[in-house]
Design a binder for this molecule. Sequence first.
Ligand code: GAL
Length: 681
Amino acid sequence: MISTLHTRTYRGADGAPAPRLAYGADYNPEQWPREVWEEDVRLMREAGVNIVSLGIFSWARIQPGPDTWDFAWLDEVMDLLHEHGVGVDLATATASPPPWLTTAHPEILPVTERGETLWPGARQHWRPTSPVFREHALRLVRKLATRYAEHPALVAWHVNNELGCHNVYDYSDDAARAFRDWLRARYGTTDALNHAWGTAFWSQRYGDWEEILPPRLAASHPNPTQQLDFKRFSSDALKDYLRAERDLLRELTPDVPVTTNFMVMPGTKGMNYADWAGEVDFVANDHYVVPHPQARDELSFSANLTSGIAGGKPWFLMEHSTSAVNWQPVNLAKLPGDMARDSLTHVAHGADAVCFFQWRQSAAGAEKYHSAMVPHAGADSDLFRSVTALGDTLKTLAPVAGSEREPAEVGILFDWESRWASEQDSHPTSLLDYHQEALDWYSALLNLGIRADVVTTGADLSRHRVLIAPVLHLVPAELAKDLTRWAEQGGHLVTTYFSGVVDENDHVWLGGYPGALRDLLGIRVEEFGPLPAGQSVELDDDGTGSLWTDHVTVTAPETEVLVRYRTGAHAGRPAVTRRGAGSGSAAYVSTRLGADGLAALLPRLLEPAGVTSELPARARGRVEATVRRGPGGRFLFLVNRTDETVTVPGIAGEVLVGTTDDEGAVVLAGRAVAVLRTPTD
Ligand code: GAL
């Protein structure tokens, strides 16, 4: 479907589709007087902008009262953009309900687990399950879709905005009703629910559906399966809302692709995007760099995971920032080169569009100190000059548009249900961070110069020789069977502490950990050994473990012990094991090693699969290599992870972006990116 987007947006002089990468931003003209719009479109042309997301927070402007509508300004903006060659990803404008609606219907406002109402005054103050909200929102969607169906600027529909950004968990009475319906559909009978939730514990048995509530603030730990189901339900409730808008749009404008902007980035956990991806015509994502020692690895990880969610197909970077944001404790400006590197890293991982929040930096409102393509300083600024330069680079990269990711030998499995389940309360440790563990494996592979694909559960395992599944905590019987079959047929599985422990109901697989994966791994753990914060253990390969240890017993003759604990409660016992399984293997890492420790261990774990770096030795760790492949060729992206110049010899191909020295080696200045094309066979 993303190809539909290309054909709708870009036509060559002969009228034939001319794919190129999209470039643009959220555009909020309603914040500016009319004369500024003229300057906007002129500057958009200068910068190479060819798409904007329009109308995201325009509900109150479009519909100032229950029965009053004002489209004149939007008609004018749409026409103006079209005249200047800018396509529109038109928002359905439902993200922030207007004051007249919340005044008339305060029952659409979300409620926290403590029973507090989230009042209007900011944005996204609506219950995902409110029938009243839905009725009003769909009325607006219908009006917009009917009015702009044939508008030549319309390229795609942008449902709501960042669904669930502020309202994913709503504990209101609407939510309680919808939760019960969802549970009825899942379990059929209260008996089945009682079994799944283990309600024999603490006298929680339900005799009637009406007795069931969302996990509101309780006297102690709420039932864990109730909590897990509430997470599943909350993700599904928003997905259901997305479908409602999408179905209406498809009915009214069947040829216009529909998307919504996901938030694959750290800290956003509530929406199971792997499950949502099938609901949109193309995947779109928002990503912001967060302050973190592995910040740029994290950006690459999120981009890579977005590609996994999109099934390796191209996707749309709907938002990132040209420089600082406004919502961190200290909002750092980007260094020169960072903006282009960040953008091109997303492109390297499959983005066919590079968009920002937002086009023009606001003069008023909560986001006035958030960077934009046109800063407060105006077009005569280093920032706008770098925006224009990036526009030129993206024009050069037009042949990349439409290409898909070339599968890597190594996959990292990111499993939403394990993420939710492993981080619940009343566990052996509250210090476990699912995302961080996955990121550490990713960083370790980057440090070794080895390409990896981040994939989600259900992806085709046969594409990968090695699958790293960190903290694969929740393993239904079927998944255990799939992994076992895949390993026996030659796949090499690597998993870690707290994996295989529970089934889909969050019930422990009995008989010893790692439960569902015990036989495949050829080990048994009788008791977990989490470590207090700041405490670590030494390993006999000179590594250091933290967070977690296990009392591991080898149970299969073919299980080798690769590393043992040297200190701590398990001194002398296995810390890292590997069992040969059929023509593959299954390895277990029982402690947290961190990115550096994993980089030291990984060559041994990858050895049976024969996976090594494709990069010349001097570039390993300093350069990230990523490959896209399509009709226009095979595109190798080389991203300099460091602030120093790195020279990469021996790389064949036509240099689309970047420079080479006299010997033909690619020269990457600090934070620079090169893109080379070779023909596909
Ligand atoms: C996103 C949102 C935008 C803007 C941006 C600021 O969450 O979609 O509207 O608020 O963050 O970083």
